[in-house]
Structure formats: C-alpha cells, structure tokens
Design a protein around this ligand. Structure first.
Ligand code: GUN
Length: 295
C-alpha cells in the first residue's frame, strides 16, 4: 500500500507555479490577482478562504477578500460581483459557497464574468467543460486528475467508480475521467444515494473516488484488493486527544480500507491541498488569457 501524499505533490506544483508567476510578474508589471467574496460567518468557509489567501501568497498571486455581512441582500452581492467583474486588475473571482439562506447561488454564480470564473462553476464554463472546449476545470476534479497523473497511476482502460454526483466534484470528475485523453480513458460508473448494491458496484473499481459527504461511510467491503482510493470527504469529529479538540476524517474509513489498497489518499493531506492548486492554476490561466484569449 502506498499513501498518496497530496501535500507534497501540491507543494511541488506550487513551486513550479511560483517560478512562472514571478517570470510573468516581471514581464507584465503586475502579478495575477484572485478576489474572493465571503458572505456571512460560516467557520468552514472562513478556513477555506484563509487557506486560499495563504496559498496565493506562497506562489506570488495577489489576493483580496471582500467580506459581506450575513444579512447582505442579493442586490448588494450582485453589485459587488459587477464591481469586481469590471476591475481590469482582478483576473479571477470566486464567491465562497454555501451562501446564507435567501441568496440564490445559481443566480449569483451566473453573474460572475465567465472569463473570471476560476471556480469553473458558471454555466458557460460547465458547458464548455462538458463539450471538451477550453474551460476552467472545477478545482477539486482538476486536483484529483493531477494527483493520479503525478502519482503515476494508470487510468487508460481501467474501471472507475465515483460515489457522489455533486456539481462540484462527482459529476465533473466522472466526465473528465471518461474523456479520450492520455490521463483518462476510464470506464466510469457514477453512483449516488439511490444506487442499489453500492458496495458491490464499488468493488468493481480499479479507481474508487468518494465524494458523498458521509463520514467514514466507505469500509473495507466496498474496496477491491489492489484498488486506488481517492477520498474527497472532510469532516470534523470531536477528539479529546487532539489539541484542537477535533480530528479530521474522510468519507473513507481509512484504517479499514488502507490494507486492501495499492494507493490511497489520506485525510487531511490528500485531495484537500490539491484543490487549492486547481484554483491557483485557473487564476494563472485567467491572467494569461488561455481560456478566453480576447482578454
Ligand atoms: N465551498 C466548498 N468548496 C468550494 C469551492 O471550490 N469554491 C467555492 N466558491 N466555494 C466552495
């Protein structure tokens, strides 16, 4: 069994990016700039946004966070998005999700200029991604593809089972893995809450990707001997032995599953750090005008 060290792979990729960012900054007179809008006080969102700022800083990307109160109206939020859309010195914009009740995430995300939508959540970017046209790939699916590639895990012709059909992870990663591309070409099955005999379906997987949002749901009986297991889940569970008072667990029951795997991602330190790499790559790509060249 080999542990896929997402932190180490992410650090390598960030180092590579830092060199490119520095070269571009000296050529163009400014660094790429990522803006995030954070509405309300969700503690998990606060942590995610802080981590994004820290990672931007590490690679030399400028970042700014626009904090708006919990009772922000949709009109005020849309106005803030328009303001950033019109700022020529901001390359990427994300609105941290989930939004407080009463704000329509679909409407809000659709207001982001597609060329600045570095989360890849705008319907235009999702459509382009599905059609295989140039697009910002959503960060977590991109991170998973990079993890598989950098770990030298063969994908071509393999059976891949994805558990969870969210718009952010399960659905897009299933599309990317089924693509006719060198680091894809999997035969993909997308499972969800209504899938019958889920454990038996999962046991057919050479590559099992779990993004179902249920703490430690995937036990040894879901995993074929020699499989690769990618765990996207992250849950805080109370743990008195930890200084913080909690431990982080995934959707996979690690101790039960690890012994059966050829490769497995830990939580924390697996997929999480790679998600941020995906976002940074998209921001750099926006700065370079790779997806929408007219900028
Ligand atoms: N909330 C959880 N994951 C994400 C993400 O990738 N982007 C945004 N904007 N919000 C999130």
């Amino acid at each position: 069994m080999r542990i896929i060290n997402g932190k180490e792979i992410a650090d390598q990729l960030k180092n590579e990016m830092a060199a490119e960012v520095e070269r571009l900054r000296s050529e163009r007179g400014r660094a790429p700039h990522l803006a995030a809008i954070l509405v309300g006080n969700d503690p998990a969102s606060e942590t995610y946004v802080k981590n994004k700022e820290k990672s931007c800083h590490e690679v030399g990307i400028s970042s700014s966070v626009y904090r708006m109160p919990e009772n922000t109206t949709e009109e005020q939020l849309l106005e803030a998005i328009d303001f950033i859309n019109n700022d020529d010195e901001i390359d990427g914009l994300i609105v941290q999700l989930p939004l407080p009740k009463g704000l329509d995430a679909d409407k809000v995300v659709s207001r982001i200029a597609p060329e600045k939508d570095v989360d890849g959540f705008h319907p235009i970017n999702v459509g382009r991604m599905v059609l295989g046209q140039p697009s910002y790939l959503p960060a977590t699916p991109m991170g998973i593809m990079l993890l598989l590639e950098r770990s030298g895990i063969p994908t071509e012709g393999t059976r891949c089972v994805v558990v969870g059909r969210s718009n952010i992870v399960g659905t897009p990663v299933s599309i990317l893995l089924s693509r006719n591309l060198k680091n894809a070409n999997c035969t993909v099955t997308l499972c969800h809450s209504r899938t019958q005999n889920l454990a038996a379906v999962c046991r057919t997987a050479d590559i099992l990707i779990v993004a179902i949002g249920k703490c430690e749901m995937i036990t040894g009986e879901y995993v074929k001997e020699g499989a690769t297991v990618i765990d996207v889940g992250i849950h805080r569970v109370p743990d008195a032995t930890k200084k913080s008072g909690y431990a982080l667990k995934g959707d996979v029951k690690y101790d039960d599953v690890a012994g059966r795997c050829e490769f497995i991602t830990p939580v924390p330190g697996g997929v999480g750090p790679m998600t941020i790499v995906g976002l940074l790559r998209n921001t750099l790509s926006a700065f370079k005008g790779e997806i929408y060249p007219s900028r």
